[in-house]
Design a protein. Structure first.
Length: 441
């Protein structure tokens, strides 16, 4: 098939060109304007900062001194607590180490081994133990079991005396000597009084005060129930067995004659040895007392001095460090309050500084430096007072003062940190003051 010829399409009409439009003239260039010089930010030299802080403190010296007093007390208590704790710990160590090395206690456990066994301590127990090399003094003792209602009087029944429930202890003279007593008056009874079962007694100062006995010049007597005992001595203090101070001590043989032998397991023996001999004596004593049955006697070591020391020093540390923390908190509140009042009083000065170019961090640094200087000054003074306190107490007690160098070095830093922390809010408050508002006031 043939293709049809397309219809004739007329050509587009000719569009004439737009006339030439002249270009707009170029704007004249702006004249060259010189650039403004750059303003360098203000700076605060550390020397100027310290001088400003010192001037702020010296402006009102009395208030600054009172403000630093809280930090002085806190840091001084901190140093004194740690120093006195270290000093007393060394004394406790020395005292208990000496007692540990020179003291042995024996207990009667015969009835625990055999219910039909005789008492573990024979009549000559003191002499058997004292024959051992290294033993200084030794003696048997036990608490006397009185009948219910029996009291101790300083006057006979019906004589107007008032009875007291005082403990009564039966002891041989070796117990009193091993306890190393300090006598207020009189003397302790001797071996003759024990051999002859004399009705004599030695009383502790506490028991004497309860019974109203103040002197031995009148030859006083105590009545245990209806049994009279002549008082031969009053004990003021002991290095061992402090319970003797509240007891009436009578000879062992006298107690056996009046009240009978001790109950099973009630008797014990106190041994004072030479330095370093306690371990050996503890090993030899059961065999020396009962060569047939050494298992009837049990050697009891004294309490561990390290455990006792840790408990004592732990209690002291917790109590006094809490007190030091409270003092530091009081000091921090005082510094914060004083610094905040200074901010309010010096609002115009702060505004003027800001108007002259001082930046916010410069104002903050100034007040932080003042509060930190107050804290550091209080820390230095408190450290000195705490150290002097430790030395004075040690000299008065005839001790060796112990103050750790780390404590002395850390105490002023603690005061400085306390002052800086206390000044954070006042410094932030001061840095937020606007110059215009400050100058309007």
């Amino acid at each position: 098939m043939r293709r049809r010829r397309s219809a004739n399409v007329p050509k587009a009409a000719h569009v004439p060109k737009a006339p030439n439009v002249p270009k707009a003239p170029k704007a004249p260039k702006a004249p060259n304007v010189p650039k403004a010089p750059k303003v360098s930010p203000s700076r605060l030299h550390p020397r100027d900062l310290l001088s400003e802080a010192l001037a702020g403190m010296l402006q009102r010296p009395a208030r600054s001194a009172l403000t630093a007093l809280g930090t002085v007390l806190g840091v001084g208590t901190f140093v004194a607590v740690l120093g006195l704790t270290a000093t007393t710990s060394s004394q406790i160590d020395a005292r208990f180490n000496a007692l540990t090395a020179t003291e042995v206690t024996l207990q009667d456990i015969a009835r625990e081994q055999n219910e039909f066994a005789d008492p573990a301590f024979p009549g000559d127990a003191d002499q058997r133990i004292e024959r051992l090399n290294g033993v200084r003094h030794a003696g048997v003792y036990w608490p006397v079991r009185l009948e219910p209602g029996t009291v101790v009087r300083s006057a006979p029944v019906g004589g107007g005396g008032v009875g007291e429930p005082v403990d009564v202890t039966a002891a041989s003279p070796g117990v009193l000597e091993a306890a190393v007593p300090t006598l207020a008056q009189g003397r302790i009874y001797d071996d003759y009084a024990t051999r002859t079962a004399q009705p004599v007694a030695v009383i502790g100062e506490g028991a004497a005060a309860r019974l109203g006995i103040t002197t031995l010049e009148t030859r006083p007597a105590v009545f245990i129930g209806d049994q009279p005992f002549t008082v031969t001595g009053i004990i003021a203090d002991t290095e061992r067995k402090a319970d003797l101070l509240m007891s009436v001590v009578v000879p062992r043989t006298t107690a056996e004659r009046i009240w009978g032998e001790p109950e099973a397991g009630a008797a014990s023996m106190l041994i004072a040895t030479d330095l370093g001999a306690a371990r050996q004596i503890a090993h030899e004593a059961p065999t020396a007392l009962r060569p047939d049955h050494p298992e009837y006697v049990k050697a009891v070591p004294p309490p561990d001095p390290r455990t006792l020391r840790s408990r004592v020093t732990g209690d002291l540390d917790q109590l006094f460090l809490l007190l030091a923390g409270i003092c530091l908190a009081i000091g921090a509140v005082g510094i914060a309050n004083t610094t905040l009042v200074a901010v309010l009083e010096r609002t115009a000065e702060i505004g003027l500084r800001r108007a002259l170019g001082a930046r916010r961090r410069h104002v903050s640094a100034q007040f932080l430096a003042e509060s930190g200087a107050l804290g550091a000054l209080g820390g230095l003074v408190g450290t000195s007072l705490g150290t002097v306190t430790v030395v004075c107490v040690a000299v008065a007690r005839d001790w060796t003062p112990v103050v750790h160098p780390g404590t002395v070095a850390a105490a002023p830093v603690i005061g400085l940190v306390t002052g800086v922390l206390a000044g954070l809010y006042p410094a932030w408050r001061a840095s937020g003051i606007q110059p215009v508002e400050a100058l309007r006031r």
